[in-house]
Design a protein around this ligand. Structure first.
Ligand SMILES: Cc1ncc(COP(=O)(O)O)c(C=O)c1O
Length: 496
């Protein structure tokens, strides 16, 4: 490997903008290079490679914030070198986190007295927040069962089959059975009646989602609270509710203030929300808040003193950056209730423009609702010739990243496209996207169908019992497409 030796002129070294001027041979990718390279060469090599990533603002697959104001970018840069865990050294940063926890707890109507502080913690995202909430439920349930002299080795959680993968991770890593309510064509979220029926004495909590990842629809937490209250009375259990408000937690309080979903409902004991989704902060921040300190078993809280003073911690990681917490506080201070409400209203206005445009093409069924997370989830009315996966691939050529995925059990046969509307997705972009979707479906009309073009070919396949079956390729291909998509994207597809 030859590095930087060809650039004799130091001025050219400084002003050169292209890495090829410094680097003549490929740099090792998987082993530490033996020699150092100039800083601007390192920058340029990495910068150039990253140009091949998609453009974050055209990434319509993600709920996660892709734009913040330059003033906040500056605060983030200013605090990049602060380790959040050094609370004694950075007491102001700690104070900002506490303010954020309290702001969120009040927004979610936690019963916090005038002299009290709310119980909650900043996390890396909703996944960590959900893990902590799940651990608190599990430990509380186990402690109660031990006191009653009952077995405590088979805890379960009841959810809809539409839960985000982090719930499956929690269940798997922390040995809790996940009992999923299957979806139906008429109900693409957890049906509270079925959920309440599934609850048994080993249920540590029922998790309701405020903003299903798949379709943005809010689950009916109020009805769930009513049904569980009745069941708890009949059985003597006290099954609680956790609300996974990863996306909806920063939407509902601002634009659906009448909706009852939070700590106003007595069985809701904890709520998570992603700061980096509609909390409007770049990736790396989530929150979990508990109704009060009785819901968080004390033995889960670790006390350390080697950083200066007694420091209670309840997180999975020790060190982490401070910038995202500071950025969250910036958004609260800068936007206030009014600012968040305006942004959420605006996102919904763009979602409606997009929805109407997509409906006008006449080709799609819309699966998202008028109330929920501002997104449009839609499937092809006729997918006998072309699929949503082809539409997703074609849209990529225009720069759009629109995920296509199959819905969870028992509606795996429905494959949808989902466009998430964030603050930086303007009305004019919505118009352009509609025009591009229209162009793509018309283009696909002119192309041979990958399903029918090989319809004369017969393939041999096996059924569940391992028996050989002959099927036309047209029949097998959609099955392969679904199988391949699952393999490629993991069990839950397109859901982040
Ligand atoms: C409903 C729901 N819960 C949890 C998560 C995980 O959130 P995070 O990415 O903040 O860990 C997501 C992510 O999209 C989600 O939609």
């Amino acid at each position: 490997m030859v590095i930087a030796t060809a650039c004799e002129d130091p001025c050219e070294q400084l002003q050169s903008t292209f890495a090829s001027r410094y680097v003549r041979d490929p740099l090792p990718k998987f082993k530490l290079p033996e020699k150092s390279i100039p800083k601007d060469a390192a920058y340029q090599v990495i910068h150039d490679e990253l140009m091949l990533d998609g453009a974050p603002r055209l990434n319509l697959a993600s709920f996660v914030t892709t734009w913040m104001e330059p003033e906040c970018d500056k605060l983030i840069m200013d605090s990049l070198n602060k380790n959040y865990v050094d609370m004694d050294e950075y007491p102001v940063t700690t104070d900002l986190q506490n303010r954020c926890v309290n702001i969120i707890a009040h927004l979610f109507h936690a019963p916090v007295g005038a002299e009290e502080t709310a119980v909650g913690v900043g996390t890396v995202g909703s996944s960590e927040a959900i893990t902590l909430a799940g651990l608190a439920f599990k430990r509380k349930w186990q402690n109660k069962r031990k006191l009653e002299g009952k077995p405590y080795d088979k805890p379960n959680i009841v959810t809809g089959a539409n839960v985000q993968v982090c719930w499956e991770k929690f269940a798997n890593y922390f040995e809790v059975e996940l009992k999923e309510v299957k979806l139906t064509e008429d109900c693409l979220v957890m049906d509270p009646v079925k959920a309440a029926e599934m609850v048994d004495e080993n249920t540590i909590c029922v998790a309701a989602i405020l903003g299903s990842t798949m379709t943005g629809e809010f689950e009916d937490v109020k009805l769930l609270n009513e049904l569980l209250t009745k069941k708890n009375k009949e059985t003597g259990w006290d099954t609680p509710i956790h609300v996974d408000a990863a996306s909806g937690g920063f939407i509902a309080p601002f634009i659906y203030p009448e909706l009852e979903w939070d700590f106003l409902l007595p069985l809701v004991k904890s709520i998570n929300v992603s700061g980096h989704k509609y909390g409007l902060v770049y990736p790396g921040v989530g929150w979990v808040v508990w109704r009060n300190k009785d819901e968080l078993p004390d033995e889960l809280i670790f006390h350390i003193n080697y950083l200066g003073s007694d420091q209670p911690t309840f997180t999975l990681n020790f060190s982490k950056g401070s910038s995202q917490i500071i950025a969250q506080y910036y958004q609260f201070l800068r936007l206030g209730f009014e600012g968040y409400k305006n942004i959420m209203d605006n996102c919904w206005a763009s979602a409606r423009v997009l929805r109407e445009g997509i409906e006008k093409t006449g080709r799609f069924n819309i699966h998202s609702k008028d109330i929920g997370v501002p997104l449009v989830a839609f499937s092809l009315k006729d997918s006998s010739k072309h699929t949503v996966f082809e539409i997703s691939d074609q849209l990529r050529k225009y720069g759009w990243i629109v995920p296509a995925y199959t819905l969870p059990p028992d509606v795996e046969h429905i494959a949808i496209l989902r466009v998430v509307i964030r603050e930086d997705f303007s009305r004019s972009l919505a118009d352009r996207l509609v025009a591009d979707i229209d162009t793509v479906v018309k283009l696909l009309d002119t192309l041979p169908s990958p399903l029918s073009s090989s319809s004369k070919v017969t393939l041999v396949t096996t059924n569940e019992k391992g028996e050989m079956l002959k099927k036309r390729a047209a029949e097998v291909l959609p099955e392969i497409a679904i199988y391949w998509k699952r393999l490629k994207d993991g069990k839950r597809t397109g859901a982040c």
